[in-house]
Design a protein around this ligand. Sequence first.
Ligand code: MSP
Length: 694
Amino acid sequence: MSFYLTTAIDYVNSRPHLGTAYEKVTADVIARYKRLTGVETHFVMGNDEHSQNVYKRARDSGEDPLAYCDRMETVFRDVWSRLSVSFDDFIRTTEPRHKAGVQRLVQACRAAGDVYDGVYEGWYCVSCEAFKQEKDLEDGKCAVHLTQPEWIREKNYFFRLSRYQRPLLDYYAAHPEFIQPEVRRNEILRLVEAGLEDISISRAGQSWGIPLPFDGSSVVYVWFDALINYASAVGYGTDDEQFARWWPADLHVIGKDITRFHCVVWPAMLLSAGLGLPKQVFGHGWVHFKGQKMSKSLGTVVDPLDAADRLGADPLRLYLVKEIPYGGDGDFSWERFEERYNVDLANNLGNLVSRITSMAEKYRGLQVAPTALGPGRLAEVATDVLAAYIDAMERFALHEGAFAAFRLVDATNEYIAESAPWALARNPADAERLSQVLYDVAEALRIAAVLLQPVMPSASGEILRRAGETRDVSELRLARDAAWVADVPRTLVKGANLWPRLEPGRPDTTATATTATTETPVPNTPDWKPNAPAPEAPLADRPAESAGIDVPAPHAATTASAQPETALAPGHHQPATMPGSQVPDGERLSIDEFMKVELRVARILTAERVAKSKKLMKLWVDLGYEQRTVVAGIGAAYEPEQLVGRTIVIVANLKPAKLMGIESNGMILAASSDDGRPMLLSVEEGAQPGMKVR
Ligand code: MSP
């Protein structure tokens, strides 16, 4: 089995930004996942150099265009290496192997009768590198770049795209999986059904580009040229054996703005040349900065190296994968990045690593060994999580895969809180149980690290080492090594805290985006270690075990939810303090402010008491579109069995907060009696989970 995947090749007129990096990182996660499953993988990326903008940019700085592209290759490679992007090959469109592939494919299309000459007259947007029709313009300007397109009239060669309307529709029908996700497929279907016009594939009188094999006075249009990289990178035009080995590609990962080129033009070119069609094109969404498009002029461009320098490449990768549903659009802000770092890494995964290694050292000299008691319930959770993870990753639902891995991390932290190893250690009669708990926790952590390997390669390697894995990460295989091992003693390894928690109010937490320049230095910090040290001892190093509880991070709520201390923490219910409703007008909420609170109907699926707490109840609730954990302070008033099946209302858009080590994702609504006893609000029969409450 083999898998050939590619990303879009980047224009080199500016250095990579977080949006282009998002694509490379997510494709890398897919490549690493495939390798982890034992599939021979060929992952290709590269640079798109024959753009007019690149030429202009080089000339403006008085540089030879090729020398400029050489320099930019180094810049791009440095960024990708710093973000741990593990491509197998990097192609540049100025390379001779690419030129050979382009000329061969253009010839093949001409031989098929699909290339003819004519005169093109119309608009051309150099920034898009695209011919524009009047209807594409807004106030005479390119709708994307808001710049005036050029009017050109020149002898051009055209490709008979119109001929491929039917074959393409047939192909889409026979291969419904070809265009992913579904929303992109529908867009393309509508577009092709509306009819296709022939397209110009050459530019006259230009020197920067690949000459047409049959007319040296014209160069191949940059998009026609660029698409062919996917074939030339695996030997088309230079190495037939290699081409036969890898072609057709299994997956092209590209942004949603260029699906038309990849799902319409590219397959038509291949059909014309008599070549096989790629098996799948995945059009991912856009990463915005604080809700705005990344744009140099708006100052909203984030340099991925700034983000990796701030907290590490692995935390950045995790953010991009876990926080943005793959296929949809997503957002980046420094605040959110730091918040997720604290919640997922400092308080959760990093804390788990510190706790198990500390406890294993303290109680068992770092040796963890299974006992006759056999594995506890974590083994079942790990098995479920592995199945969910594989299902998600096979569908390229990368965010769901990351969530699955974190479900295991959460369950393991909860298991520690419940089984209280520090209490077991006090009683010699519990020695065997203590050994088994430590073994199970270490094993669950090991499995979580295997699952997270594609997303956080560096950190995962380090966690595996600490969990007693002695093999090289490249030797690991998902099916074998993410399965529960019940009988292998291991020696754990202690080490420095992986992710010190960030304290709120650090001076640089609200930095804005920067304009990416070619000058940014490439730093060299270890991936798993943020270079922003926490000013105080991190949670993981505090003796939480001795207190018998997993201390909720006192300020995680502030970082994670930006709520004032007096506000209700998610799941907590406090007595009403405001008599009547005599709120001065100035303090009343506007309707817009109120509408920011997302109230939704939810159904309680399971309810259990949180160990060592009288008040806290852990609820697993159904919101129709998803299920999640909510921790609520209603344990003094309700028994779990009174709650299961009830339909309630929750605040669904609160930032997560940790309570007794459990991440709560919402707050349930309840009335508060004078003595502080919570009384759940009922919802009329028929209300469905997920419905909005206004
Ligand atoms: N050179 C062409 C692609 C040719 S492929 C045969 C190109 N280059 S690009 O540099 O403009 O974009 C490279 C990739 O990054 C594209 O897939 C594009 O969609 C993606 N992204 C650019 N900005 C992005 C975001 N803000 N967010 C996510 N992806 C974005 O297009």
